[in-house]
Design a protein around this ligand. Structure first.
Ligand SMILES: Cc1cc2nc3c(=O)[nH]c(=O)nc-3n(C[C@H](O)[C@H](O)[C@H](O)COP(=O)(O)O)c2cc1C
Ligand SMILES: [Fe+2]
Ligand SMILES: [Fe+2]
Length: 397
């Protein structure tokens, strides 16, 4: 059975949830599943804005059919070619053979690569600065390269002031009944929105800034992303968060402590460091990489003004789950943070040196000289070192 909802008078939500998706994009745990949003603009001409993931193909096709209610589909806007939004494109194009494809010319070879089909004959190029006009509908496009694929476009529907923002302003997680964000629950929502942003597009902050600047030219009433809730009231909350995240501005003065420990001795150093940071007036969180996925470490490093890697040496290297997390920080563009390590070794502690090497590739991040090594377990001599490190990590630059 279809499940469609009106967003505005003419925009209908035709996407859906995959609650059984536990791992998104093959690597991100999503405990409450994923939403794949898609929208139908109705009127004299009917325009579908993006398709949906293969996992909800049946529901999606039914939703589109129900929303069309016997009318024909004239256009499909393909804002980017990532399969979570384009896997059902060919099903739509064969079901509605008269539909044309509005997309960036950069998508055309990608469509061929993914599906083997040349859609050039059905192409209406989406060009920034050249609005698409049809009876009752005007669409403006902006190019948003690397937010987060190179061919990304975002779309503004002038008549109803709806900004279709592709993957930007999205989140992990299924939609719970409502499709429009209730700003009073933003505090509980923002953590997953941050984890989504920092892991999916975080590295491309400059490109996000550029897209935000271009979008600011539109009079936006609604923001309609491809995942997570639609924004109307309170959209300044997510715009404000994006402003911080895309400029790598810390939200909290404190330390994100990323811990890696086999038997718990190194983990105890992380706990004591957290307590000392809080005692000194900062805020702290411990990510135990044995039980917490590295994507949480990435989000946490964006949120806090400093991060510390507290990790055991294993087989001449960094304890593997912690190493994965540090490399993820570097790969996801964390920059402009205070950093430190506490490593542990029973015979030759080398994790700290290797952590320092990874961090040296990060912009505006250097490793504190108060970083130090533990030998197997903490002693009373280590406590003042932890205290000094805590104080330095939350001191003003
Ligand atoms: C599988 C394994 C490999 C280890 N390899 C090293 C090593 O190469 N060099 C070293 O100094 N310590 C090594 N250690 C010791 C740890 O670095 C650490 O001192 C010890 O596990 C206690 O800390 P923990 O309780 O946080 O695990 C190893 C420990 C384990 C379990
Ligand atoms: Fe995407
Ligand atoms: Fe997506």
């Amino acid at each position: 059975m279809h499940n469609i909802r009106n967003v505005t008078g003419r925009v209908i939500y035709v996407g859906g949830n995959d609650r059984r998706c536990q791992i998104f994009e093959g690597k991100y745990p999503v405990s409450s599943g994923m939403a794949y949003n898609s929208y139908l603009i109705k009127g004299e001409v009917n325009i579908l804005v993006d398709t949906a993931d293969a996992s909800i193909a049946g529901l999606f096709l039914e939703n589109v059919q129900a929303a069309l209610n016997g009318d024909s589909l004239n256009y499909v806007v393909v804002q980017h070619m990532e399969p979570d939004h384009s896997a059902t494109l060919m099903s739509i194009l064969s079901k509605y053979p008269e539909a044309k494809v509005i997309t960036s010319p950069k998508s055309v070879p990608m469509i061929k690569q993914f599906f083997g089909n040349d859609i050039s004959g059905r192409l209406v190029p989406a060009v920034e600065g050249e609005p698409f006009e049809a009876p009752g509908v005007t669409l403006d496009f902006i190019n948003a390269p690397m937010v987060h694929w190179p061919e990304v476009i975002m779309t503004y529907f002038r008549e109803e002031k709806v900004f279709f923002s592709a993957d930007a302003f999205g989140s992990f997680g299924a939609l719970e009944g409502r499709i429009v964000m209730d700003p009073s629950v933003y505090d509980t929502y923002v953590d997953e929105a941050r984890r989504y942003y920092t892991n999916i597009v975080g590295k491309y902050g400059a490109q996000v800034q550029m897209a935000l600047k271009k979008a600011s030219a539109f009079d936006i009433e609604w923001i309609a992303p491809l995942h997570g809730y639609i924004w109307k009231d309170g959209k300044e909350l997510i715009l404000d968060s994006y402003g911080k995240w895309s400029t790598f501005t810390p939200e909290v003065k404190g330390v994100c402590i990323i811990a890696g420990s086999v038997y718990g001795n190194t983990l105890q150093a992380a706990e004591i460091l957290a307590a000392e940071v809080c005692a000194a007036g900062g805020d702290a969180v411990v990510i135990d990489t044995s039980v917490k996925h590295w994507s949480y470490a990435v989000a946490c490093a964006y949120k806090y003004s400093a991060f510390a890697i507290v990790a055991a040496t294993n087989d001449g290297g960094i304890f593997a789950p912690a190493e994965h997390a540090v490399r993820a920080l570097a790969a996801h563009g964390v920059k402009g943070r205070k950093a430190a390590y506490i490593d542990n070794g029973t015979w030759a502690a080398v994790a700290g040196k290797q952590i320092t090497d990874i961090i040296s590739g990060m912009k505006d991040v250097s490793v504190s000289e108060n970083s130090f090594s533990i030998k197997s377990s903490l002693t009373a001599d280590d406590l003042p070192k932890i205290r000094a490190l805590a104080a330095e990590m939350i001191s003003d630059p």
